[in-house]
Design a protein around this ligand. Structure first.
Ligand code: EPS
Length: 412
């Protein structure tokens, strides 16, 4: 049985997106604003379409929380779709009436789930597929991820993201660190820490919009202060890199995931790929730092450290104490205002693909969804190792582990 699980439900233009989380420990501080802050981050980004002007995504916590703290029971979440008001007939729950019946969408868009879903579920109306395939579902994933993030934050971990490429425009972080990237990305219209690249990216998005096209890109997720030893080397489905890959690949439009040096590690000799192991610190320091873990000053791998992080914080399917660095590539959104060729499911004749209101580029939003998925996987791995029914129980086990990493404490 998995320690932690969630389900989402809801169509893009249905009344509500719903989520149920099971497995969060009791006594974790959680208020709706913790979730709303993350939902607002997902709505941003240059290149988004008309829908984000309609929605102000806010969560209702419907169960599992009392007086600002989790109870240990299932946490029920809802995000109402404001746009539902405009879709009540098309998306009516009851049988169709004269008023509610709408034209079926019979022109599948290349790159979307339309055609495969129509064949699989035996329907000539792509709406029956696209409503659930829509990336609107990721709003609830961000809400769910925000709860996971609360757990990570309680134990001093920080998950952030930035956009490193849109189309063929690449950013560079100039070798500066995580805090700088975080600060810059939060205020950038594209979650990108490189101002010059941001301008070029915006111009590329303008060009795509003007030519009826769309653009993808690459974002990077960084998770800091994660203790060594999450995940496991012992079996395929316990390896953390595999689990992060699955979680990120499950975000609509993600086509590739790289950890640390990623693809480039296949092009270089081992001496330029692996991170040499060093050791420092006195036992006293380590114990003092471990004691102050809630202030984030605890060492993530006892006295061990690396001067490089090409592995992206994961070796042998386990965290090694370095920051986790994961990149994901998003393909361009399939709805093109200058549509590609398709086939009409009614006539089976060639026809231009259908057009649904959409974004030109949603890479910054996908980065926030990526943070949510990484937070989820890390929270699950954290609970596997330190889990208990209440936060207090987890604190005790976590502290004991951190102390065990201190010099002289590692026992055979
Ligand atoms: C999205 C909501 C959708 C799209 C987009 C993401 O809203 P609508 O379809 O009403 O415009 O903007 O979905 C897609 C890109 C897609 O391919 O389905 C959202 O909330 O992020």
């Amino acid at each position: 049985m998995t320690v932690l699980r969630f389900l989402t439900a809801g169509e893009s233009h249905g009344p509500t997106l719903m989520g149920i989380i099971e497995g969060m420990p009791a006594h974790l501080d959680l208020v709706e604003d913790d979730v709303n802050r993350q939902l607002a981050r997902r709505q941003k980004g240059y290149g988004r379409g008309g829908r984000m002007a309609i929605e102000t995504d806010t969560v209702q916590i419907l169960s599992g929380v009392r007086w600002g703290k989790t109870l240990g029971g299932p946490i029920g979440l809802a995000v109402v779709n404001r746009d539902w008001e405009n879709w009540q007939d098309t998306m009516a729950i009851g049988p169709p009436t004269k008023a509610s019946e709408s034209e079926p969408m019979t022109r599948p868009r290349p790159g979307h789930g339309d055609l495969a879903g129509m064949l699989k579920y035996r329907t000539k109306d792509a709406r029956n597929i696209l409503e659930r395939a829509s990336a609107r579902e990721t709003a609830m994933r961000v809400a769910v991820g925000a709860v996971a993030r609360r757990l990570l934050e309680h134990f001093g971990m920080v998950v952030s993201s930035h956009v490193v490429q849109i189309g063929d425009v690449m950013a560079t972080d100039g070798g500066r660190g995580g805090d700088w990237i975080r600060e810059k990305a939060e205020t950038s219209p594209l979650r990108c820490a490189d101002d010059r690249a941001t301008e070029q990216m915006m111009a590329a998005i303008d060009h795509a919009r003007a030519t009826g096209d769309s653009l993808g890109g690459i974002f990077e997720i960084i998770a800091e202060h994660v203790p060594a030893g999450l995940g496991s080397h012992v079996h395929w489905d316990r390896r953390l890199d595999g689990r992060l890959g699955q979680a990120l690949m499950s975000i609509p439009a993600i086509k590739a995931v790289e950890i640390g040096m990623g693809r480039e590690s296949g092009l270089r000799p081992g001496s330029q790929v692996h991170d040499e192991i060093h050791y420092h610190g006195t036992g006293a320091d380590c114990k003092r730092e471990a004691f102050y873990w809630q202030g984030r000053h605890w060492p993530t791998a006892g006295g061990f450290y690396r001067s490089t992080n090409r592995a992206g914080g994961i070796e042998g399917g386990m965290t090694n104490g370095s920051p986790i660095v994961v990149r994901a590539t998003m393909k361009p959104i399939p709805t093109l205002y200058k549509p590609l060729s398709s086939v009409d499911l009614d006539s089976l004749e060639p026809i231009a693909a259908g057009i649904e209101r959409s974004d030109v580029c949603a890479v910054p939003a996908a980065a926030v969804v990526g943070e949510a998925m990484v937070s989820w996987v890390l929270a699950e791995a954290f609970l596997e190792k330190f889990g208990g029914d209440s936060v207090k129980e987890i604190e005790a086990s976590f502290k004991e582990y951190l102390l065990s990493l201190c010099p002289g404490q590692i026992k055979g």
